[in-house]
Design a protein around this ligand. Sequence first.
Ligand SMILES: CC(C)(COP(=O)(O)OP(=O)(O)OC[C@H]1O[C@@H](n2cnc3c(N)ncnc32)[C@H](O)[C@@H]1OP(=O)(O)O)[C@@H](O)C(=O)NCCC(=O)NCCS
Length: 217
Amino acid sequence: MTSAPAGERSTRVKSLDMCRGKRECGGGVRHDRLGKASDAGHKSGGIPLNAKDMLVKLYDLPDATETESALRAQGITIKQAMPHNMHRIVAYVKETFSEGWAGECSVSFSRNPPSCFVAVDGDTIVGFACYETTCLNFFGPTGVSPQYRGRGIGTVLLIKSLQAMHQMGYGYAIIGWVDEAQAFYERTLRAIPIPDSFPGVYRRAIGIEKIIAGRKP
Ligand SMILES: CC(C)(COP(=O)(O)OP(=O)(O)OC[C@H]1O[C@@H](n2cnc3c(N)ncnc32)[C@H](O)[C@@H]1OP(=O)(O)O)[C@@H](O)C(=O)NCCC(=O)NCCS
């Protein structure tokens, strides 16, 4: 499937009218927070140039109901993951994004219900979002298959995950290691960057020293 018609997009969460600059979100991006992204957007060959954590208010989330209904009308549904589908979901994350993200996604299955939502088109997985995986109180990782981006799927996965975190009792959430998607979180949530938050909690990660050493300002 390709881009949604304009009429469908108009029902999307038009959150908060900030950061109106255009983004690039096509292409077969393979993301790995530990430096293996091969996307052309990483001008330094995969080294994050501008990574940071972001802070979001969970008591003031936008409503994504209309966007979710519009997606349902296109045959795309957002479901909380079931342990029954763990291997399929983790394999999707590894194939479409990275091994590192697959590891974080697998942690979401250590609870029941899993702290993971998936987007499915029929019975094909087309996106995912996890929370409480990298660290407690963290959202992420998340991703949507390249050909499904720009239709609101990432927004619904995000809002549903954050609502679940709010129901767990959190007042705020942290979105970990944000690089290219900063404008996505600013637009959808008014999330704000946390100063000096790189490498933050990721300083424990194997290989982080190389990333820090090669990082450009
Ligand atoms: C980030 C991502 C999950 C967004 O998913 P999506 O389904 O394309 O997002 P949506 O369609 O809900 O977009 C919501 C809004 O954010 C904007 N947006 C989406 N991705 C963006 C990005 N990477 N940069 C800037 N803006 C972005 C959209 O243009 C849209 O704005 P609009 O409402 O004015 O049209 C998806 O682009 C992706 O999988 N990227 C690669 C993995 C990644 O970077 N994950 C985040 C790691 S922190």
